[in-house]
Design a protein. Structure first.
Length: 216
């Protein structure tokens, strides 16, 4: 299998560009996508657990590592008083663990980590991921895929700072900047480190930006 180059994914401001590109391309791209969807078999993926107050769900196809992280998140959010920084670091870890673990994904449209992305950015984030990181993921609807894909075994996260972060017409004066490092089961030359920016959205903490370079 040819090695994949490290991907750099940013969302937030890039979505303005994506929207403009979509307008230029007209309806052709979406028509093409719809034709592909019709040709691609689909598989119903069941949720096996949820944190209803926050809208988080755990899929039956989630990796063992992600399932462990989900249980930890439940404990954090079920406390009488939620520690925001602890919650933020757990969301960072889970987003990275789910997004970069491709082995458990059913097809290229099964983008991981979406539920942790800032709500208004999710659709654009998914489209961008499908065209980049997930582009070469083959369908595994029938469970017979033989493609080698990355498996995340551990994610380490560290808060770097809080700062003002502008997104759309809003600004979060207390946005978190977090560094992350990824350990894979096998080295397949995928991204191993980077930085996230997380913002407040009501009671939730959500990912608004990702870069493949860590901050010192």
């Amino acid at each position: 299998m040819a090695k994949k180059r490290k991907r750099k994914i940013k969302f937030g401001r890039i979505f303005i560009l994506l929207i403009l590109l979509g307008v230029i391309a007209g309806g052709g791209y979406y028509a093409y996508q719809k034709m592909n969807v019709k040709k691609t078999p689909t598989k119903e993926i069941k949720n096996i657990s949820s944190i209803d107050k926050y809208g988080y769900t755990l899929k039956e196809t989630s990796s063992p590592y992600f399932k462990k992280l989900f249980k930890e998140l439940e404990k954090i959010l079920n406390k009488d008083e939620v520690n925001e920084e602890e919650y933020m670091l757990q969301v960072s870890k889970m987003f990275v663990a789910d997004f970069f673990n491709l082995d458990n994904k059913v097809n290229k449209s099964d983008v991981g980590g979406k539920q942790f992305v800032y709500e208004k950015y999710r659709d654009d984030f998914s489209k961008y991921a499908i065209d980049t990181m997930y582009k070469s993921v083959e369908s595994n609807v029938y469970g017979n895929r033989k493609q080698d894909l990355p498996i995340v075994t551990n994610v380490e996260v560290e808060k770097v700072k809080t700062e003002s972060f502008k997104y759309g017409d809003s600004t979060d004066e207390g946005a978190y900047v977090v560094n992350f490092e990824i350990t894979y089961k096998s080295d397949m030359d995928y991204q191993t480190s980077g930085t996230l920016v997380l913002i407040h959205n009501d009671k939730k903490i959500e990912v608004a930006s990702m870069n493949d370079k860590s901050l010192s």
